[in-house]
Design a protein around this ligand. Structure first.
Ligand code: NAD
Length: 260
């Protein structure tokens, strides 16, 4: 049902973004995938996605911490396809430190990637959506867009900001057939999360099971991770006609974390 549409998914060479890219391609959309990585690996990701779903796909190696990077990304998408109909702002990074020891340059990078890049990508893509009379903006926020945890000042601030940006855009575009929503995951089983386990085991002297249940999933009542495909299925739903009146929502997929 997305044939003829182009989706731009930031941070889509791994984890949640990659799953969203696959799911949108599975629904027929042409894809712009982006990330930071080895050119060969990124080309492999592009080729397998295009081959598996028989869609057109390009892959961009762009650093979205810089405003030039975001600008270049949207320009390349426009050059390749002429339009962006679905924008998924998903790229994100984290840094964990007490606020009085938080490196200011890490603060700047996290705000730049998790919030400013989304603002710029929306700003540059919305005119293309307006011109075609249809659009979907989906922002990967987090449980940390509505609640906080200690030592994550920049991430929590950026994700709260992203939720506010999404609501504002939804109101501005309410009569343009363009929706804007956040998906807010709790813990999702991605390489990012899996790679934290050995260090946490060492740092806290805990077993793998204890790290998973008592540290990572301590705030998630279901005691289960979401899978990237769970998030991707919701992103696809938000592109359907049945979601035409869902806008400005912040949809939690967090095992009950923020219900507490
Ligand atoms: P991931 O580390 O697997 O993927 C991150 C992607 O972002 C990669 O494609 C990477 O190349 C790209 N990226 C990183 N730095 C970049 C930069 N400077 N410029 C451009 N691209 C860059 O991460 P993930 O776990 O799939 O997370 C994706 C999004 O979901 C993030 O916004 C994250 O905050 C959010 N999220 C993740 C979880 C989780 O448990 N994994 C939970 C809540 C929210």
């Amino acid at each position: 049902f997305l044939k003829g549409k182009t989706a731009l998914v930031t941070g889509s060479t791994s984890g949640i973004g990659l799953a969203i890219a696959y799911a949108l391609a599975g629904a027929g959309a042409d894809l712009v995938i982006t990330g930071i990585g080895e050119p060969d690996e990124m080309e492999d990701a592009r080729r397998s996605l295009a081959d598996r779903h028989r869609v057109k796909a390009i892959c961009l190696n762009v650093d979205l911490i810089t405003r030039e990077g975001t600008h270049a990304m949207v320009e390349a998408a426009r050059d390749a396809f002429g339009h962006v109909d679905i924008l998924v702002n998903n790229a994100g990074m984290q840094h964990v430190a007490p606020v009085d020891e938080f490196p200011p340059e890490r603060w700047d990078q996290i705000i730049a990637l998790n919030l400013t890049a989304a603002f710029d990508a929306c700003r540059l893509c919305i005119p293309m959506m307006k011109a075609r009379g249809w659009g979907r903006i989906i922002n990967t926020a987090s449980a940390h867009s509505t609640t906080a945890s200690p030592f994550k000042a920049a991430y929590v601030s950026a994700k709260h900001g992203l939720a506010g940006l999404t609501k504002t855009i939804a109101l501005e575009l309410a009569q343009h057939n363009i929706t804007a929503n956040c998906i807010s995951p709790g813990y999702v089983w991605t390489p990012l999360v899996e790679n934290q386990i050995p260090d946490t085991m060492k740092a806290r002297g805990l077993s793998r099971e204890a790290v998973i249940n008592d540290v990572l999933l301590s705030g998630q009542p279901t005691k289960k991770f979401s899978q990237p495909e769970d998030i991707a299925a919701l992103a696809v739903f938000l592109c359907r006609d049945e979601a035409q009146n869902m806008t400005g929502s912040n949809i939690a997929v967090d095992g009950g974390w923020t219900a507490q």
